[in-house]
Design a protein. Structure first.
Length: 158
């Protein structure tokens, strides 16, 4: 109820409203599936990934994070390269490692690998060709990544 003050303005009585019982917030557990459950991890390491932007004719950073070579559990002849950004887990690269792919050391440095994916599915479901370079933490890490990626390409049934 409101009461007028000495100037004729109406004043409202303040009513306290409880919005919480003061306990911890309760959320139901959610089972999140990334799609990686269908794969075995063959190799993984941290790296920085760049893609080549043909429109601007330059390398653009895709992010820093975890690079993985995955092998399909139900079809051991299918290998996938996957790169997730550190912290947020967003995909920066997702493509199959196919026979005929050429993965090499970059001529600019011994820590860099370079390759072109026939169809990268990061930005759309149709996939389109994309060139990548990946900077590893050391020459040894780059050698191991190159070995595992080339082995996956050689053993690919696609």
């Amino acid at each position: 109820m409101s009461k007028p003050d000495e100037n004729g303005n109406e004043l409202m009585e303040i009513e306290e409203v409880a919005v919480s019982d003061g306990g911890a917030a309760r959320f139901a557990a959610v089972d999140v599936k990334s799609g990686e459950e269908k794969f075995n991890v063959i190799w993984q390491d941290t790296a920085k990934l760049l893609r080549f932007d043909e429109g601007e004719n330059q390398w653009k950073e895709r992010g820093q994070g975890t690079a993985k070579v995955l092998q399909r559990k139900d079809d051991t002849g299918k290998f996938m390269f996957l790169f997730r950004r550190e912290g947020i887990g967003k995909l920066a690269a997702q493509h199959y490692l196919l026979k005929g792919m050429k993965i090499t050391k970059h001529k600019q440095g011994e820590k860099f690998l370079i390759w072109t994916a026939f169809k990268d599915f990061t930005d759309d479901e149709e996939g389109f060709p994309e060139s990548f370079t990946m900077r590893m933490s050391s020459k040894e890490a780059a050698d191991k990544a190159l070995e595992e990626m080339q082995k996956a390409v050689a053993n690919s049934s696609l």
